[in-house]
Design a protein around this ligand. Structure first.
Ligand code: ZN
Length: 362
């Protein structure tokens, strides 16, 4: 019996993706990562193109922007392929599935890249002054205590919750998760230059999307919002034609992280926000699909534990195992109900995007 579309490791996920893409008749290409996985296996971003090579209307589905969140996105991609949903493509349309754009984070169960960078804070212009977040320094020591004993975890959590009590939970989340460019060993760090994953995504855009005139994007995420609910988050600012178009495609439930109505903090340097400039020859309409898992405090604890492990501990040691289980459980709910909700809402979002693409005149 063939196992389901979701996987227990990056290597398994990659194998299922390549098999399903091959069976769907996709043209495959791969981008090799310089590091290895915890099993010493290769790390690769794989691309599957389905449809005419010269298609101008292209739906792009991306998994693993935040590494460990790829367990969800990969499952949605494999399911889409196996289910024969490519039959939904209209004449002149193609689908580009990008599997594990941050394969290191997927394989090692981290949100970040091997540079300890949040890929969705990395798409800033490094020739310009970087976004400021001076409040982060006040919480940096609590975010990453020197040791990870029960006492230090309790003390650091207290500092963070005290900050939330004084300034509000949303303000605390903004300071910690909004992005910072000053603490390379901290969380939600944007880096000081383009990461491998950013350069690879830019190469994919050049290699595979330079002829497209109309591009829809769905970028898969997990870890924010109510369990199993997929919030469709528009990167474009409210009031712009891009935002209006994304709402027309996906419905009024779609939110905007810059509009203050999303579960996400306002962020700079996300790749969806940067995509229209890099694909200036095309009309670009993108959303992040953000699936809720567990409550925000547990997610933040898991991210902090993993951050501590890679800064001070040994991610291959026995002490790493519970932390790696903790972070996977924060970004992937291992139940049939959750997986079913992931797949159903993914199918809806993809069909909405294909319908939107087909309405273009070009
Ligand atoms: Zn994410």
């Amino acid at each position: 019996m063939r196992s389901g579309p979701f996987s227990a490791s990056y290597a398994e996920a990659r194998g299922k993706f390549l098999e399903a893409a091959g069976a769907a008749g996709a043209a495959l290409s791969a981008y090799e990562h310089p590091e290895r996985g915890p099993d010493d296996g290769p790390l690769t971003t794989d691309c599957a193109w389905i449809g005419p090579a010269d298609a101008r209307h292209v739906l792009v589905m991306v998994s693993g922007t935040h590494g460990v969140e790829g367990y969800c996105g990969s499952g949605a991609q494999v399911d889409w392929l196996r289910r024969g949903e490519a039959a939904q493509l209209r004449p002149g349309q193609a689908a580009l599935l990008v599997h594990a754009i941050n394969p290191y984070g997927f394989a090692w169960r981290r949100r970040v890249t091997h540079e300890n960078v949040d890929l969705n804070r990395n798409f800033v212009d490094f020739d310009q002054p970087l976004p400021g977040n001076p409040e982060y320094a006040k919480l940096a020591a609590a975010v990453k205590p020197a040791d990870w004993s029960e006492a230090s975890q309790a003390a650091s959590r207290r500092v963070i919750l005290d900050y939330a009590k004084t300034h509000g939970f949303r303000a605390m989340a903004q300071v910690i998760s909004g992005g910072q460019y000053t603490h390379p060993d901290g969380v939600f760090y944007g880096g000081l230059g383009p990461t491998w994953s950013r350069r690879t995504l830019e190469a994919i855009m050049r290699d595979l999307l330079s002829r497209a005139t109309d591009i829809g994007i769905i970028d898969y995420h997990t870890g924010l919002g109510p369990e199993g609910y997929a919030e469709q988050i528009i990167s474009a600012h409210p009031g712009t034609p891009e935002h209006a178009r994304a709402q027309a495609w996906h419905g009024l439930a779609a939110t905007s992280h810059s509009g203050g109505d999303s579960v996400s903090a306002a962020i700079a340097g996300d790749w969806l926000g940067a995509a229209p400039r890099r694909l200036a020859h095309a009309r670009v309409t993108g959303i992040a699909l953000e699936y809720g898992t567990v409550d925000s405090t547990r997610v933040l604890d898991a991210v902090r534990a993993d951050n501590w492990l890679h800064a001070h501990g040994d991610p291959t040691s026995p002490e790493a195992r519970p932390i790696k289980q903790q972070i996977r459980d924060a970004f992937y709910i291992d139940t049939d109900v959750w997986r079913g909700m992931v797949l159903g809402q993914s199918l809806i979002a993809v069909r909405q995007a294909l319908a939107g693409l087909s309405q273009s005149g070009a």
